[in-house]
Design a protein around this ligand. Sequence first.
Ligand code: ACO
Ligand code: AKG
Length: 464
Amino acid sequence: MMRRYDEMPKIKLPNAKDIKISDTTIRDGCQMPGIVMKKSHKLKIFEYLHDMGVEKLETFIYNDRDKDAARAMMDYSYDFPEVTGWARANPADIDEVLKVGGIRETGILMSISDSHIYDKMGLKSYEEAEKKYLNALQYAVDHGLKTRCHIEDTSRANYAFVYPFIRKCIEIDPHTIIRVCDTLGYGVPFPEEEEPYGIPIVVKKLKEIGVKHIEMHVHDDFGLGVANTLAGLWYGADWANLTFLGIGERAGNSELEKIMAFLITRVEGFDKYDLRTVTEFAQYMEDEVGLRVPRNKAIVGKNIFSHESGIHTAGIIKNPFTYEPFPPELVGGKRNLMIGQTSGTEVVRLKAEEALNELLGIEVHVEKSDSRIKSIHNEIQKMYDAEERRSSVSDEEMKDYVRKYFLYQVDGWEEELEERKAKKKLNLTLVNPEFMPLDGIPAAATSLTDKSVKKVKNGSSKKK
Ligand SMILES: CC(=O)SCCNC(=O)CCNC(=O)[C@H](O)C(C)(C)COP(=O)(O)OP(=O)(O)OC[C@H]1O[C@@H](n2cnc3c(N)ncnc32)[C@H](O)[C@@H]1OP(=O)(O)O
Ligand SMILES: O=C(O)CCC(=O)C(=O)O
C-alpha cells in the first residue's frame, strides 16, 4: 500500500552519506540587487542555518562590516555552519581572509571561461590565467588555509583548458574542493550531454581525473538550478552550495530549502537535517530583510498547504496524503482549507462545522447532504458568477453564512425556525452529549440571535 508518507519508497543516492550542504545566502544572496543585510540579519540567518543543520557557509571579508559579521558568527562557537571565507585569485584578497582570524577555509574565484579570462580580467592567455589562479591557490595553502577552487562559468568554458587546469589545482592541494560554478545557468542535467553544458559528464570526468571533493554552485537563469544541483550530487559531487529562497544574482541560485526538503523527504539517509524552522525563516526574510516570498514558492510559500478546489479539499479532509507532498509540520507550516471559486460542498461542510463549533462552543457534526450546505455553496457560487468577487471566503464570512442558514434566517427567520421546529427539521447532529437543546433550538443559538440579527440587518453579513 502507498497511502502514507512512511509507506513511500525512498530514492537511493549512491554517495548519500558523503553529501553536505554549504550556504551562500550571506555571500551570493547579498549580491541580489535590493537586498541589504545588516549584521543582525546575517547573525539571524546564521542561527536559522544552524537550526537546519547546514554544515558550512561562506562570507565576504572585504570591509569591516563583513569582517565584523564573520567574527560575530564565529563567536557563537557552533560546530556548524563552519564560517569560511571568499577571495578573488589574489594574495591580497587571501590576506583579508587571514586578517579576520579564525577562518580556516577559503574559496578562491578562478574565472575560467574565455570571456571572463580575456574580457573581464583582461588577461592575454590561458597560461596567464592559470599562473594567476595557481599562484593564489598556493598562497592560500602556504598560509595554512583549506581551499575551494571556484571554477567560475564552467558551463561556458573550453574544457581543453578546464581539465588540465584542475589537474594542476589538485596537485597543489589534493583535498581542495572543486566548485563547479554554473554561473549563468547554462548547465543541463542530462547524462548524454557533453561539456561544457552536461553537468553529469563534467562531474563524472572530474572524479575520473582524481578530484576528491566537488561542490555544485548553480544559478537559476533557465530555471534549472535545482535539477542541475541534484544532477551534480547524483553523479558524484559531495557538496551543494545554495541560498535560502534562492536569492542571489539575477534569477538567483538553487534554493537551499528545496534541495534540503528533497533530500530529507525523498532520499534515504538525510535525517541529519531539520527544516522545522524554515517557514518562520521565510517570514523573517520577508519581514526583516524585505524580500517578498511568492505565495506559491515551494516548501515555504503561504500556499504550500492551502487548499481550495473541490476535489483537492475533499481529498485532504479524508487523508492529507492525497494532495500534500509531506506533512506541514516538517517545515513548520500549517494546513489551510479555504472556500473559493473552485470549491465543492465538502469543504463548505467542514468550514460550516468549524464555524458552528466556534459560535456554539460545542462540537457539532454537519452532513454533506444537509440542504443548508448546498444553499451556502450556491450562494457562494452566485457571488463568483457575478464576477465581482476576487478572493476566497473568509472564516468570518463563513460564520455569517452559518448564522444565516443554521442559526436563523435573515428574512422571516422566526417563521422559518417555527416551521423547522414543527417539522422537527432542525437537524444538526450535536456530538456533545451534555448539550441540551432548548425546544429543538441550540441554546447558544438562541442567545446569539438578537445580536446577530441586528448585525445581519445592518448588512454586515451581506455578500462581499
Ligand atoms: C560570480 C560572482 O558572484 S563573483 C562575486 C561577485 N561579488 C562581488 O563583487 C561583491 C564583492 N566585491 C567587492 O567588494 C569589490 O568588487 C572588490 C572589493 C572585490 C573589488 O573592488 P574593486 O577593486 O573596486 O574592483 P571592481 O569591483 O570595480 O572590479 C572587480 C575586479 O575584480 C577582478 N576580478 C574578477 N574576477 C577575478 C578573479 N577570478 N580573480 C581576480 N580578480 C578578479 C576584475 O578583473 C576587476 O578588476 P579590474 O578592474 O582590475 O579588472
Ligand atoms: O564563488 C563562486 O561561487 C563563483 C562565483 C559565483 O558566484 C558564480 O559563479 O556564480
